[in-house]
Design a binder for this molecule. Structure first.
Ligand code: GLN
Length: 286
């Protein structure tokens, strides 16, 4: 079958996906090991039997709901092509806001000490490391399998300033030490029906769900981080679209002197940050 017809055929099989065209193209590119422009440049090229069989298999899995990123083994984040596996969450475009905000807090001419909790694919730590080569980053995860993915990503992007450690939140952290602690922790309510839908149902639930109100891990992190931040350090967290006020309250309840939330491009407060120091810079951040 020719490329153009294979794509047409696949799109019909993916009728329930709202991204059928792009899904089919990404999956065919992963079989042909090419980029999308080739599909348009050579639409008449005929697929070999082997290519056709692999493509059909991927389309059948996608039609069952498997995420494209798990089928191709890759996801783009911060212009970095990252390897992903089912041991890790698939990096989300929204999480780039966490990186953007972190970069505003990390000078590029000074050594800074950073801790990332729950690194998964390593997306956040690697994106920061690629922009701030003077930063000294420790990235942890509870999952040894996820850490292997993150280490492979760091190697393939030639990032050397991250040390990956298997740990439960602050287990291996140094006291009074970090300029920035950053995390995209699990924050979905345990009974949220979304956990059983779409791409999310295939992702590790331990990376997604966090107790009845989704805030269990965020509560732990905010409480414990104060022992590990240095005197002017910031804790920066991603959270659910409706959790910003509760997260700011948690900062306050735990004695943080400054807190602020940042809106994403759709105007939703997706991340919040807190600082223990007395010099408040909240207004600068709004
Ligand atoms: N943003 C993800 C989602 O809503 C959740 C990621 C997380 O829990 N850290 O699917």
């Amino acid at each position: 079958m020719q490329i153009v017809n294979a794509l047409k055929d696949a799109k019909q099989k993916l009728i329930t996906s709202d991204s059928a065209k792009i899904d089919a193209e990404s999956l065919l590119c992963s079989v042909l090991k090419c980029d999308r422009s080739k599909l348009y440049a050579y639409p008449e090229q005929v697929l070999s039997m082997e290519q056709q069989t692999s493509f059909n298999k991927l389309i059948a899995l996608r039609a069952e709901g498997h995420p494209v990123a798990y089928l191709t083994g890759h996801k783009e984040f911060w212009s970095l092509n990252l390897y992903v596996s089912q041991a890790t969450l698939i990096p989300r475009p929204e999480t780039e806001l966490l990186v953007e905000t972190a970069l505003t807090l990390i000078p590029d001419d000074k050594e800074t000490k950073l801790l990332e909790l729950g690194t998964g694919t390593g997306a956040i730590a690697i994106a920061i490391a690629s922009e701030r080569n003077k930063s000294n980053i420790t990235a942890t995860d509870l999952s040894a399998k996820a850490l292997l993915v993150a280490q492979q990503n760091a190697r393939s992007h030639h990032v050397e300033n991250i040390s990956f450690k298997e740990a439960d939140w602050f287990e291996i952290a140094d006291i009074d030490s970090y300029d920035l602690i950053i995390s995209n922790p699990p924050y979905i309510c345990a009974d949220d029906p979304h956990l059983q839908q779409g791409d999310v149902q295939f992702e590790p639930v331990t990376a997604l769900a966090s107790g009845a109100d989704g805030l269990n891990d965020i509560r732990t992190i905010i409480k414990q981080a104060q022992h590990y931040l240095n005197s002017r350090g910031w804790l920066l967290l991603e959270h659910g679209y409706n959790q910003a006020a509760q997260v700011r309250q948690l900062f306050k309840d735990n004695g943080y002197t400054a807190s602020a939330s940042i809106k994403d491009y759709s105007g939703i407060e997706r991340i919040s940050m807190g600082q223990l120091a007395h010099q408040t810079t909240t207004t600068e951040l709004n």
